[in-house]
Write a new protein. Structure first.
Length: 333
């Protein structure tokens, strides 16, 4: 498809998956083809290299913080790796491997990595997604330091990691990840850390879910690129706020709700829920569960904590209530 507006954000999260915001956003609309097979002047794959450059720039300003550029298969590009190498790799990079490259000695990358004994295992819970229930996953781990051929540019020194699921339940597709990184990973603990970083990449899927389905950006049907860019910039902030609220409500449930909500939003949540506000300031978890209940969260004993969908649906109602409270206050003065 060549019509429409495309968005490529660089989303920042902590190892604990706490969303910090959007560092950069590549927005573009594809040009019409001038002739059959003619390509655009700027390769779209350049967005991955530019994304790394933005992270690298931030890394030079935050010397005490380790920054890691994590990306999926589309970022398995020698251009990005060479650019990082040329910059001195101020930020680490970790991408899911797409190409089973030939190594200088003639072996294939993935088979070469898995030759020999595994370093160990990792066990984690894979959350429910795409209609599949949450389940425990156990993977065997291999890692090998390799030189990736880069043509006239020489080679790129990298570590290839293979995480292969074992003990797969009957009828279930095994989960296997092949990763590439600039970092050395000589021990199982090093590999586990890298896999944990890669697993945090799922946070951007949650972020996109809010942008697309919560903010309903595609339903706006805006015809001008400038209007779409302004709408996207606004919705990126909205989507971050919802993801941030969801994560903070789980990791720091006892924080004061007034740190995250306007007083009128808190009042609106209690009014719509027909509940009396507590004598002491409510916590973020208390208010968030009220808001999610307004969005369809049932809050049953086994339901766990609310997700982004019920939060964004409830927050829409709360924002309307807060605006009404503000309007009534202004009218009375």
């Amino acid at each position: 498809a060549r019509r429409g507006m495309y968005l490529h954000p660089t989303y920042v999260v902590t190892p604990a998956r706490e969303p910090l915001g959007v560092l950069d956003a590549w927005m573009w609309a594809r040009d019409e083809l001038d002739a059959p097979g003619e390509r655009a002047r700027i390769k779209e794959s350049a967005r991955w290299t530019e994304g790394y450059e933005r992270v690298a720039e931030l890394a030079t300003e935050m010397a005490a913080t380790r920054l890691v550029y994590v990306a999926d298969r589309e970022a398995d590009l020698l251009e990005m790796m060479l650019r990082a190498q040329a910059l001195g790799t101020p930020a680490d990079w970790l991408v899911r491997a797409k190409h089973n490259r030939c190594l200088p000695e003639g072996a294939k990358l993935w088979e070469h990595t898995c030759a020999g004994e595994s370093l160990g295992e990792i066990v984690f819970t894979m959350g429910s997604r795409h209609g599949q229930k949450a389940r425990e996953v156990r993977q065997q781990l291999w890692a090998r330091r390799v030189d990736l051929p880069a043509g006239k540019a020489g080679t790129v020194l990298a570590t290839c990691i293979v995480a292969r699921e074992i003990g797969v339940p009957a009828g279930t597709k095994p989960i296997e990840w092949r990763l590439l990184t600039n970092r050395a990973a000589p021990t199982a603990a090093d590999v586990v850390e890298l896999i944990d970083w890669y697993r945090a990449r799922w946070e951007i899927e949650t972020f996109f879910h809010v942008v697309k389905n919560g903010c309903r950006i595609e339903a706006l049907q805006l015809s001008a690129v400038e209007r779409l860019e302004r709408a996207l910039a606004l919705f990126l902030v909205v989507a971050w706020r919802i993801a941030h609220l969801m994560r903070t409500g789980r990791t720091c449930p006892d924080l004061d709700a007034t740190l995250f909500f306007d007083p009128d939003e808190i009042r609106g949540a209690y009014l719509l829920s027909k509940e009396k506000p507590p004598a002491t300031p409510p916590t973020i978890n208390q208010v968030l569960r009220l808001i999610a209940t307004l969005g369809g969260f049932l809050a049953r004993k086994g339901d766990g904590e609310p997700g982004v969908k019920t939060i964004w649906l409830g927050l829409q109602r709360v924002m309307d209530a807060a605006a009404t409270i503000q309007a009534l206050r202004d009218e009375a003065t």
